[in-house]
Design a protein around this ligand. Structure first.
Ligand SMILES: Nc1ncnc2c1ncn2[C@@H]1O[C@H](COP(=O)(O)OP(=O)(O)OP(=O)(O)O)[C@@H](O)[C@H]1O
Length: 251
């Protein structure tokens, strides 16, 4: 069962650069939250800080707190590999492993100790079903994943993330490299996955944020200017800066 993810008075620095300034926001189970704002405002930094992907960056430093349930994820005792399993991440460019469709999905469960073929078969079918890809690939599971279209590859990558049973999905512009039909597939998929997961999605596409999210947070210069229910934020923004951004006065 997914738990609330709570970001509290959180700051990020890349060396001297203060990239996130006093961010407080929570992400509820079975909710899609969209992070929007102009380039460089800190959306990806927040997303990647949530599962400690930024730990790989030299000079990266945080202050404040990020908690999954009651657990502080920046605690030195946290198992970061397990944390990243609990918070699966999908990037803009789908990057399947150069393996078969089946082995792409089975990869994570095998690493985490599942070796029984029958169990792996079940995981492969279940997650491809969840990712709305099963019908398209069920007859070619042992063919290379690199032969799939871009949109299919992105759904495969999502299935690969689901295969290790995450609680939270962190999606960094998951459809921005895709054609309109593949984008529609991904949006429908996000809406169906919301039934089970907490989803945080960075998007540049404001229409997309409106279509898929329950909550939206507008970022500017490393701060959250405004966060609200998506319908409210788009139709009656409280802050002038949100209004200006949404009306295309800067971006
Ligand atoms: N590894 C890094 N080292 C130094 N500065 C960085 C690093 N990554 C990001 N930044 C800076 O932190 C700020 C926030 O960047 P971030 O990528 O989070 O913004 P973003 O809102 O996701 O932008 P975009 O929409 O263009 O992806 C920017 O000023 C960026 O230049």
């Amino acid at each position: 069962m997914s738990q609330t993810l709570t970001v509290d008075k959180f700051h990020v620095y890349y060396g001297e650069k203060h990239a996130l300034d006093n961010i407080s926001i929570s992400f509820q189970p079975k909710t899609v939250t969209a992070l929007i704002g102009p380039s460089g405002c800190g959306k990806s930094t927040l997303l990647r800080s949530l599962n400690r992907m930024n730990d790989f960056i030299p000079m990266f430093r945080t202050e404040g707190s990020v908690r999954l349930g009651e657990e502080e994820i920046y605690d030195s005792k946290i198992d970061v590999v397990n944390l990243r399993k609990r918070m699966g991440m999908v990037f803009q460019q789908p990057v399947p492993f150069p393996l078969s469709i089946y082995d792409n999905i089975a990869y994570g469960p095998r690493i985490h100790g599942t070796t029984q073929k029958k169990k792996l078969d079940q995981i492969v079918e279940k997650t491809l079903q969840q990712a709305h890809l099963w019908e398209e690939v069920k007859d070619r599971l042992h063919k290379s994943a690199l032969g799939l279209s871009g949109g299919q590859q992105q759904r495969l990558v999502i299935a690969r993330v689901l295969a290790v049973e995450p609680e939270i999905l962190l999606l960094d512009e998951p459809a921005s490299a895709l054609d309109p039909i593949s984008t529609e597939h991904i949006e429908r998929l996000i809406l169906s996955l919301k039934e089970e997961y907490t989803i945080v999605v960075v998007t540049h596409n404001m229409q997309q944020a409106k279509r898929i999210s329950d909550q939206t947070a507008f970022f500017l210069h490393g701060e959250i200017v405004e966060r609200n229910e998506t319908q409210t934020l788009f139709h009656s923004p409280i802050d002038q800066r949100t209004n200006h951004y949404l009306s295309g006065q800067f971006g």
